[in-house]
Design a protein around this ligand. Structure first.
Ligand SMILES: [Zn+2]
Length: 474
């Protein structure tokens, strides 16, 4: 078995050979916790989850690290003149920046669990690694790869000739990319900040260069080295991280350790579009996981909607797509529950052979994932199995064999998950339904209707059946 990945650095698909046999280390650029992460962010996080699950399925021992950025980022990519997002949120919500960070970190983990993302082994926080960053900056200064200017420290691009190799940008493009209002303290417009001085910044730390705070990129270099060592197998992120963020990480990490390459395989997720266009606040189409839960979709449905398109293709998110996902996952569940009935002797068994069908499905599903996580191939394999199994009347052992493939799929892809509504309504909905039943008994239909609306506003539907009320999502 060979596993291959498209490496952004070499722009080719390469066979994966780990740094250490049987092990794989991975670092994922995580959330900046100043607001609720969008489904676009989660598309990138789900790539990390799929990568890990598939490698574990193939027998690798994985160590996974995802940073939590709780030091302010700039509102513009232009770090010289942008405003700090963490501080803006803090002001808007009348909390201090660390309170903001903890609040949104908690919400992030809630979404992680909703989507069935396996928790990384370490979630280092930037604010807890300031010393590591300062140590790294000191070494870069000692090595002459960085320079100090009025309390700021900048990385000196002229000392790192391979800068630009990941994004493939040439010198002019790099200068163009750094064009806006160049900080006069920089020797070259492409130089980037490792340590910054700004007395108005709310978060400040003492340093050998004076009070200040770390630059945008140094945290990922410092935290990946701290938790995974000088070199790692995988680094993932969104395609907008390639430049400047990952380009700067390479310069910092390789400059500091003197070892190259810092990362064996770079994987980058393409954009998520909504209704064919960009997701943006001004268009009001920025969806979060709770937004979709409120519309009645389940965690596994949202997960599959964000995962089912290959990570190197744009994913166009639509509500119609959510409905397609719902029915597709429903088909898998129906097939599975019929087989469970056969396996348990609750439904009549047949004698159709299924071994070949199972082997073919396994090969198609997991063999596709070996090829740069080809999710389209995996999906085709899964639904071919569903169709074939629906037509077959297997023996009890045969049903069990197909169920085994479904369990492996659930383990790697995290689907289909429980049916919508199967997890049951929360207690307040049950309480409202009780009151509604009483109102109906007392023939107070106006009150019963009002309570039905209240239940609906909580994302649930109540249906009266002869055996009492039944609940469904929506
Ligand atoms: Zn990063």
């Amino acid at each position: 078995m060979t596993i291959r990945f498209y490496n952004t650095m070499t722009r080719t698909k390469e066979e994966f050979t780990p740094l250490e046999p049987g092990r794989a280390t991975m670092y994922h650029c995580g959330p900046t916790v100043y607001m609720q992460a969008s489904i676009g962010n989660f598309r990138a996080f789900l790539l990390g989850d799929l990568l890990r699950r598939h490698l574990e399925y193939r027998g690798y021992e994985v160590k996974q690290v995802m940073n939590i950025t709780d030091v302010g980022h700039m509102t513009d990519d232009d770090e010289d003149r942008g405003r700090d997002k963490m501080e803006e949120s803090a002001k808007a919500e009348r909390l201090d920046p660390l309170q903001i960070a903890r609040k949104y970190e908690e919400l992030f983990f809630k979404d992680v669990d909703t989507l069935g993302i396996r928790r990384a082994h370490v979630y280092p926080r930037a604010t807890e690694h300031i010393e590591d960053m300062q140590e790294m900056i000191s070494v870069l200064l000692e090595k002459g790869l960085a320079y100090e200017a009025e309390g700021n420290v900048f990385f000196d691009i002229s000392k790192f000739p391979s800068y630009g190799k990941l994004s493939g940008k040439n010198l002019d493009e790099l200068v163009e990319g750094a064009r806006v209002e160049v900080n006069p303290l920089k020797r070259d417009p492409r130089d980037f900040a490792l340590w910054k001085v700004d007395p108005h910044h709310l978060m400040q730390w003492d340093s050998p260069w004076g009070k200040g705070f770390p630059g945008w990129h140094i945290e990922c270099s410092a935290m990946s080295i701290r938790h995974l060592g000088p070199r790692i197998d995988f680094h993932t992120g969104g395609e907008d991280n390639i430049f400047p963020h990952h380009e700067c990480e390479i310069a910092q990490s390789e400059g500091y350790t003197g070892r190259s390459p810092f990362v064996r395989v770079w994987l980058h997720v393409r954009h998520l579009l909504v209704d064919g266009g960009k997701m943006s606040k001004s268009l009001g189409n920025v969806y979060t996981v709770p937004d979709l839960l409120e519309r009645g979709y389940t965690g596994p449905e949202i997960r599959w909607a964000l995962m089912r398109v290959h990570y190197r293709q744009n994913l166009n998110f639509t509500m119609k797509g959510m409905e397609d996902v719902r029915s597709a996952l429903g088909r898998v569940r129906e097939c599975r529950s019929r087989l469970e009935d056969i396996a348990a002797g609750r439904a009549p068994a047949g004698a159709d052979p299924v071994e070949e069908m199972c082997a073919k499905a396994g090969e198609e599903i997991f063999g596709s994932l070996d090829d740069d996580l080809d999710i389209a191939g995996a999906q085709a394999g899964l639904f071919a199995l569903v169709s074939a199994a629906n037509k077959a009347a297997p023996a009890r052992e045969g049903a069990e064999a197909v169920l085994h493939v479904f369990r492996e799929v659930e383990d790697v892809l995290g689907i289909p998950g429980p049916a919508p509504g199967a997890e049951g309504p929360p207690p307040e909905v049950v309480e409202l339904a009780k009151k509604r039943a009483e109102a109906r008994k007392a023939r107070n239909y106006a009150e019963a209707d009002r309570l039905r609306e209240e239940i609906r506003s909580l994302g649930w539907k109540v249906i009266d059946t002869p055996r009492g009320p039944k609940f469904s999502r929506g």
